[in-house]
Design a protein around this ligand. Sequence first.
Ligand code: GLU
Length: 447
Amino acid sequence: MKTSEIMAKLQAKHPGESEYLQAVQEVLESIEEVYNQHPEFEKARIIERMVEPERIYTFRVTWVDDKGEIQTNLAYRVQFNSAIGPYKGGLRFHKAVTPSMLKFLGFEQTFKNALTTLPMGGGKGGSDFDPVGKSDDEIMRFCQAFMLELWRCIGPDEDVPAGDVGVGGREIGFLDGMYRKLARQYNTGVLTGKGMTWGGSILRPEATGYGALYFANLALKKIGKSLEGQKVSLSGFGNVAWGAAKKAKQLGAKVVAISGPDGVCEIKDGITDEMIDYMLVMRSSNRNKVEDMATKFPGKAVFTPGKKSWCVPVDIAFPSAFQNELSKADAEELKKNGCWAVFEISNMGCQADAIHWMQHNGILFAPGKAVNAGGVATSGLEMTQNAEHISWTADEVDRNLHNIMAAIHEQCVKFGTQPDGHVDYVKGANIAGFMKVAQAMLEQGII
Ligand code: GLU
């Protein structure tokens, strides 16, 4: 297998699908050498099969806004790979959603889920519905109309969606409510991220951020450091950044920046618990403006319009908002200001040339599919609790999450340790995830 040949064919077949092609390229580059040591993979054409989704549903969602006007959105569910379990992965509601975006996310999800040690395949879905500026009623009506179509494509042992950008606890509530009504099934665990009183797992809202910080701590421990006393920046202020801020603070780090599409908020003295709670209020307002933090905490949070978190001097940066949010120029600025580690919590948060640059310029880098896997892993734990008809305690969930992040870190070290002893986390995560999925596909024959 040659990455360049496979990529040329994919580019011709899927022109313009830039995010999808970027995600595939990153994985193929990492695994090429290992793949070529396994002629049985090549014989079964594993790569050609693995890069294409098994199935994509496309559907129209029509709903009525508060003015009584009829709105139409496009929606999708990409069932990417079921070799190691039912399709599993979130739903993204964002105006920029396209099949390319969901294919990249479904592809990444397949390897991420393989890393979690749990039996989950990869999927992703969503819509070009833009939640910004919508009322709660409009969000409910959209979620209900969306589920009217989606419900026949999913099931607790078939495909289990969850949240992602633009889909949090409120949206999962509206989606699950409609699913229950349509399917007349009330303990199915067909969605994860549910409310605590109706089948949700304790700590699921926090899990992506908590898991990321556990992973970072393990990677730092490996090089004789810790999070204690480090200055860190996050991007965004959504569910992921919220959980990461909470755990970073608990582990003794100082969060000095969060951001939004409107700019960055610098918090020189470190984020407080009150500010962390306020992130939730900001998200549910649907305004999508980080400036609101500075308005609420004048003098403590200072807003600069049009800037990203990466201009604030830190030791460690945690991209936690959206794909390609950190460019090579951002990486250079971070390094100039003293940053020495970047842990990607967003899916594909760093551009390809930024990753290459960081890896060659002494910045410790770990990719989203390893760092952010605690979210979907805890979704897997929610599925287990639903199947057992039981709720675990916070301690139990946290212990499991911690063990899973440690197992993911171990796999990265196993497959990513280079001859000079340093760990290439990109290679490690990609090879570990790939080997598991490839082996399962091989054993299941040509299907
Ligand atoms: N959207 C999250 C992710 O990118 C969570 C998916 C899930 O819980 O199924 O992994």
